[in-house]
Design a protein around this ligand. Sequence first.
Ligand code: AMP
Length: 279
Amino acid sequence: MARLIHTIQQIRQQVDDLRAQGKRVALVPTMGALHDGHLALVEAASKQADAVLVSIFVNPLQFGPNEDLQRYPRQLQQDKHMLDALAQVTAIFAPSADEMYPKGFDTNIVAGELAKRLCGAARPGHFDGVCTVVTKLVHIIQPDCMAFGEKDFQQLRIIEQCMADLNLPVDILRVPTLRERDGLAMSSRNQYLSVDERATAPQLYATLQSAAEAIARGQKVQDVLAHSLRTLNEKGFDPVDYLALCDEKLYEIAAYQPNARLFVAAYLGSTRLIDNIAV
Ligand code: AMP
């Protein structure tokens, strides 16, 4: 059974105990409302470590003023139940906002160029909040490795850059996106979708796949993106924040190159969905 810990002092004690036993420690940072995608991160982490810690923290710093901080699903007991079923999870670190950001907290990590594009353009400050909380978690837990999902590929790249830039000695594991059977990328925010929206949602991935195939066949990227954008609008994704082919550094590119990925963010009703695939 996973131990549920709410304070920094106690999680540090837990990590000290694991270290005293010579164990390699992995951290899986999450915001909770866990699904099988999160469990895939635990699985990947457990292959690289003797003990896995999962953090569950809805980080206020990474939500903009008009975003879904209040509405974001919080279901700690259900999450704990899911993690209890996994023998690899030693403890869940679920701090309060006051524990992480006590009165007077006054320091932020500012993410750089990588955070200005794609989701960063629509969500100013979001990746600063992500970098700040992840850096704090790394200092609190000092894990040997951390697992992040390719579902949030930009976040993954920014964290890799942040850890490297700040010389934090932690290996980052990239975990492929886990999908529902109909292709929709698993996400805690899928809970927001109405029945009709949920029926439409898989079209996001389907459209990405068709676009990737067309680009791989050699069709002009600009034409493929224009066509895919029209398709998304017709299916009811409105607005589409971005649909772009990007290189490894997340710069938009106009022609295929190795490691190119397609990225999309689009609204279905009031729910913002993101996805990306390798081309
Ligand atoms: P979140 O709780 O949404 O902040 O996500 C926590 C971690 O789980 C991040 O590293 C995400 O990229 C990862 N994640 C979320 N959804 C998926 C998914 N469908 N497949 C793989 N990883 C995911």
